[in-house]
Design a protein around this ligand. Sequence first.
Ligand SMILES: *Cc1c(COP(=O)(O)O)cnc(C)c1O
Length: 567
Amino acid sequence: MAAYIHPTAIVDDGAELGDGTKVWHFVHVSTAARIGARCSLGQNVFVGRGVRIGNGVKIQNNVSVYEGVEIADDVFLGPSCVFTNVNEPRAFVERKSEYRATKVSRGASIGANATIVCGHTIGEYAFVAAGAVVTSDVPPYALVAGVPARRMGWVSRLGRRLRGEGVVTCPESGERYRIEGERCVPLSSDENDTSPIPLLDLTAQNGPLLPEIRAAMDRVIAKNAFILGPEVDTFEKEVAKHIGVAHTLGVSSGTDALLLALMALDVGQGDEVVTTPYSFFATAGCVARLGAKPVFVDVDPRTMNMDVARARAAITPRTKAILPVHLFGQPCDPEALVALGRETNIPIIEDAAQAIGATTKLGPVGGLGAIGCFSFFPSKNLGAFGDAGLVTTNDAALAEKMKRLRAHGAHPKYFHALIGGNFRLDAIQAAVLRVKLPHLGAWTEGRRANAALYDRLFAEAGLSSDALRTPARVETGHIYNQYVIRTAHRDALKKHLGESGIATEIYYPRPLHLQECFAYLGHGKGAFPESERAADDSLALPVYGELGEARVRRIARTVIDFLKGRA
Ligand SMILES: *Cc1c(COP(=O)(O)O)cnc(C)c1O
């Protein structure tokens, strides 16, 4: 569709008009002007030599667009608005060489009778009110009014007022913008994404592997070999190599791994086990199930891991084992721990349920003490299709003993010198884990990358340590089963993130010494203040490997915006 030119209009030779552009009564378009498609030039408009006007521009009556003015796409110029082109005009001085460029950026609107003094830029989607005199640059999305023009607020792409600070929403389109001081920036389409983010997305992790996993399960079904057997044997060899320990035994859960480890060390009635009150219940639960006493010591406030100096102080002649947890995937102070074990000769059982693949200067977790205990609960870094776990040791005799205890203590079958239990790993779970194990390293790297990005974004936000503390990385081999932040506004933040579609979790809302079932131990509130503080102010954010950078940024921004508003 060619341009429409009213018979009273004058379009000089060499001017270009785009398709569908309409030029109304008494318009004059000078030579070499280039006007885009779908524009409308109202009555009495003048367009100077060589002026560039984009597509979809509406120019109302009586506007002169002089040389030096550049109009981008979708600009609206209200009736009788004025552009100047020289700063110090004198009728008797030739100043053509002093034309100063004025730029009206995409989507901006200029109201009726407004004046734009030359040499300034009107930012994208900015709004100049009727009658304003613009004497400085107008930032994108700004609403300016008055003489001289001052910023009165912000508007959306659709020209609606944006009220408030931080992330604000256009009432018409729902598009979101970030307002920070003298800047208003539309959130990118990624950032505008409001789809729910789960704490963990197992579909994303398992999906690509499902054909292989199904084939592996079929292999077990075809053989009817459901308990232990070759799948479990092979998995044990593969996972021993992956972790870097001499012996591994597949067991029925992380909890049973702990129980089995404690049983193998003959922990029972009258014994004490020094451990942390800030962990999943199973850590202390297994100790109590065997009739032994969990002796809690408080955590290091930086890592929320057991404070090893406090563990040392809690040792008595009854101490049968020391049971640290590598919480959230960060090794519990390996040097202090190994030294303590060596000096006291008390065996260390590592609760490494959350820390598969974590490493330390002294070697991998699971090999630092007498026995390591791992979990393949689906939310752990390596998750089975149900309950599953693992014990590890570098001690051949302990491995042999645990192997017997895993199957009721029998040796040979039906002859029992020991009382064990049924702690066996299902062959189906071993088959699933064998498919997933080769990917564990990459998944962990994904978690580490997400954690590093969170760390950086949170550091850049410059919030007070009261408002936000990121996980302290004291040990290098952290595998980020959880990325746990700490904030004085934890509960309100959790609620806000939930409303923003971002799932979070509190690990753990009540420390173990305050659990009803451990009331008999006689610890009141305040007994372990660091653990109690952690229970009050910690919050786990999604950190799974498939999360992707855009979602990490969205989560970080949502956290930062919320906490900034409260600082
Ligand atoms: C998950 C977990 C356990 C228990 O593992 P399950 O496989 O669920 O029985 C024990 N300790 C810690 C620290 C855990 O995170």
